[in-house]
Design a protein around this ligand. Structure first.
Ligand SMILES: Nc1ncnc2c1ncn2[C@@H]1O[C@H](COP(=O)(O)OP(=O)(O)O)[C@@H](O)[C@H]1O
Ligand SMILES: [Mg+2]
Length: 299
């Protein structure tokens, strides 16, 4: 086989089975896959990046699909590798979507609706107070978080006053806050691969939380997106340059429009349990990924 790619895909939640399928389909197209290339164990040595005896930089493409806490070291090598070979997602789009502020900023520039947001210097708490008066409710968000972790709903001035000393202690460079969107506590997660719509599901927050994340007690349900939702997700994925994207969308009941919360660069495949529920987009997603790898490695 003349084409060889590297892959690092999560193995939990059915990821191992997905990997097998991708490897098999690539093989049918005469593309060999070296799996489990965790850059954590790679070394950069002069002009090469070595994993065991493998020259990672000699591969035709690297498919990185493991959200599980990529360390700064891994991200550093990701960046270096992408200077010399194609990667899915590209380093630039990966780095962009890892940051909620950078993503929202770019989406807004391109006319995609997001919750109103503000970023201010950590010393500019005066500004936060002003925003609070205007918005009445806001969400403090770590720009690089996931799973709803660290998101804090600030319901009134008193909560903000109470929170500020804690935030100041955290040695942050800035505060990123969004207006709290009035919504029905459900969202759309829309998967896009290579510009195509793959699938959609909904998540509903638990009775005791305002966040839809599964890790915050939310639950998944079958949900048909309307054309508008698909169109927004496709546009967001394109603007972010993500070959693979999971776009989080909610409906703003006051503005009466859909808003994009974030773009996830490593959206999970449906788990075996979710497949049983009827989330049946894995095959389409795998096929689109295989096609894309084939195309990007054509010599
Ligand atoms: N501005 C907002 N207004 C209301 N709810 C929000 C807002 N931002 C986020 N949420 C809720 O919090 C959840 C997590 O936010 P999100 O931006 O997707 O970050 P994460 O990376 O942690 O998933 C969302 O799924 C949604 O339920
Ligand atoms: Mg999210």
């Amino acid at each position: 086989m003349s084409r060889k790619i590297g892959m690092w895909l999560y193995s939990n939640g059915g990821g191992d089975k997905i990997q097998e399928k991708i490897v098999k389909k690539l093989k049918e197209r005469e593309i060999e896959t070296i799996t489990d290339i965790n850059l954590r164990h790679a070394i950069a040595q002069n002009g090469h990046i070595l994993h065991d005896k493998l020259k990672v930089d000699g591969l035709d493409l690297f498919f990185s699909y493991n959200a599980g806490e990529q360390t700064q070291y891994q991200v550093f090598l990701y960046q270096a590798l992408n200077r010399v070979m194609p990667m899915i997602n590209s380093y630039d789009s990966f780095a962009l979507t890892e940051d909620k502020f950078q993503t929202s900023f770019l989406l807004r520039q391109h006319g995609i609706a997001t919750p109103s947001f503000k970023l201010c210097h950590r010393d500019d708490t005066q500004h936060l107070q002003t925003i609070m008066k205007k918005w009445s409710r806001m969400v403090y968000k770590p720009t690089d978080g996931w799973g709803g972790v660290g998101l804090t709903k600030i319901e009134n001035q008193a909560t903000l006053d109470m929170l500020l000393p804690f935030l100041n202690q955290m040695d942050l460079r800035f505060f990123y806050v969004e207006k709290f969107v009035k919504y029905d506590n459900t969202d759309f997660r829309v998967d896009i691969v290579d510009g195509e719509f793959v699938g959609c599901y909904g998540r509903k927050a638990s009775k005791t939380d305002w966040r839809t994340n599964i890790t915050a007690g939310g639950s998944v349900f079958l949900r048909e997106p309307d054309d508008k939702v698909i169109e927004i997700a496709k546009k967001a994925a394109k603007i972010c340059g993500t070959d693979i994207a999971g776009v989080d969308i909610i409906y703003d009941m006051e503005k009466e429009e859909y808003v994009v919360l974030e773009v996830n660069g490593i959206p999970a495949f449906a788990t075996p349990e979710q497949e049983k529920m009827g989330l049946n987009f894995n095959k389409k997603k795998i096929d689109l990924i295989v096609n894309m790898i084939d195309r990007k490695t054509k010599k």
